[in-house]
Design a protein around this ligand. Structure first.
Ligand code: ATP
Ligand code: MG
Length: 412
């Protein structure tokens, strides 16, 4: 991608009404645009990151046997009456059409997936079923001031598993815990993300959260460093010992919940009469679990954890590009070298953003490269051309070094 064609331009100032680092940096660097509190447009750079996160999640969910579907955001009130959540869910967007018919904008999809499965499941032979979607959710978040961490419209991966018995469900749930750990490791927040025990509320006995430690977090967790496990502050009153080692040696940290999984009680299966006939012909409720990840929230968390005072430091797997190629001299002979390198990198299928602009100073190009945060910065200048070399620097390292084009292609 040529930076001369990329829109929009980066901004020197952070927007005044954004206080979180993720929103400030992502807006300044041109990844997202704010439409209103908690609602953002993903611009070309941001869209690339979001798609990388989406692909990691999709790969892992398909690897777990999940089949991808897409459910509607516009949902009939009747389904929400059936579960009682039309009345009880505080953050539900309730809308009315011109004939006074009422709808919900889906904040989650149990109300859709359960009645759908009711149409398709009748026998134990129809189970298990693993389905997921990556789809926009709507929630009336009243304190949407953490940038991508808390949207009012936001992309979520929601996965639902349906089983004939608890053993099968529990076995699958344990497998999903490992898959979740892999997702967060691949996205670049593995080190900061803790498997966290939390209270469950009405639908489940307890839930397991994946909490990423960051000052921007809205939750408080108590971490057992020995086991790399945490307990959510909400249950810390009752559960003051590590569920794994039994010790009570905790470190208290602020964190954001990037993922949440829980085993459901019979709540939704009862509401929608989701039953199956077992081998002996007995009717039983289907046993279920739900698994969520917020994609935008994860992207925001990646930025919260990976930045410095100059800008974002993208982990390689989710970076918008792998190389940021900077041309620092407009002389044709030198520009030709950079153009040629750009073509060679593209041929080698290496994603590259090429700062080919001829009206921007070297200082500005460096500052923008740091702000945007692409993992490798490669410079073509008069100095490098004279030595028939390139200058390469990793975003998270201080020193640049000279290498040949051949070495670069091999290295990246
Ligand atoms: P929170 O306590 O932070 O409001 P939640 O318990 O309401 O989260 P879930 O209903 O479990 O969240 O949703 C599943 C996942 O969706 C969460 O783990 C999180 O990653 C993401 N998520 C939830 N609410 C938002 C939001 N407002 N903006 C962005 N992502 C969200
Ligand atoms: Mg919530």
């Amino acid at each position: 991608m040529l930076q001369s064609k990329l829109f929009p331009k980066t901004q020197k100032q952070a927007p005044r009404d954004e206080i979180s680092a993720n929103a400030q940096l992502l807006i300044r660097a041109g990844f997202i645009d704010k439409l209103m509190a908690g609602v953002y447009t993903f611009l070309p750079l941001g869209f690339r990151v979001l798609k990388k996160i989406e692909n990691i999640i999709r790969e892992e969910m398909v690897g777990a046997g999940g089949q991808e579907i897409l459910m509607p955001a516009l949902q009939p009130k009747e389904n929400w009456d059936k579960t009682g959540r039309w009345e009880t869910m505080n953050d539900l967007y309730r809308i009315k059409d011109a004939r006074d018919k009422e709808f919900a904008l889906g904040p989650t999809h149990e109300e859709i997936i359960f009645p759908f499965l009711k149409k398709t499941i009748s026998s134990y032979k129809d189970l298990p079923v693993y389905v997921f979607q990556i789809q926009n959710k709507f929630r009336m978040e009243l304190r949407a001031k953490s940038g991508l961490l808390r949207g009012r419209e936001f992309l979520m991966k929601d996965f639902y598993s349906f089983h004939a018995n608890e053993n099968d469900r529990d076995r699958y749930y344990d497998l999903m815990i490992d898959i979740y750990k892999r997702v967060f490791a691949r996205a670049g927040v593995g080190k900061e993300t803790y498997f966290t025990f939390a209270p469950g509320g009405t639908f489940s006995k307890y839930s397991d959260e994946f909490q990423t430690v960051t000052e921007a977090g809205e939750d408080v967790v108590h971490i057992c460093d020995k086991c790399r496990k945490a307990i959510n502050n909400e249950i810390f009153r009752e559960q003051r010992k590590c569920p794994q080692c039994g010790k009570s040696d905790f470190r208290k940290e602020k964190a954001i919940e990037v993922g949440n999984i829980f085993k459901l009680k019979n709540k939704f299966a009862e509401d929608f009469d989701l039953k199956f006939k077992d081998k002996d012909g007995h009717e039983k409720f289907v046993i279920t679990a739900c698994y969520g990840i917020g994609l935008g929230r994860l992207m925001g968390a990646v930025v919260e954890v990976n930045h410095d005072d100059k800008g974002i430091i993208w982990p390689e797997a989710v970076a918008p590009f792998r190389i940021h190629l900077l041309l620092l001299n407009n002389e044709l002979r030198i520009k030709n070298k950079a153009d040629e390198l750009y073509k060679d990198l593209q041929k080698a299928k290496i994603e590259v953003l090429y700062d080919d602009r001829d009206d921007v100073s070297a200082g500005e190009k460096f500052a923008e490269a740091d702000l945007i945060g692409i993992p490798y910065r490669v410079v073509v200048s008069e100095k490098t051309a004279a030595q028939n070399k390139l200058e390469i620097k990793k975003r998270n390292e201080a020193k640049a070094r000279l290498i040949t084009k051949k070495e670069l292609l091999k290295y990246v």
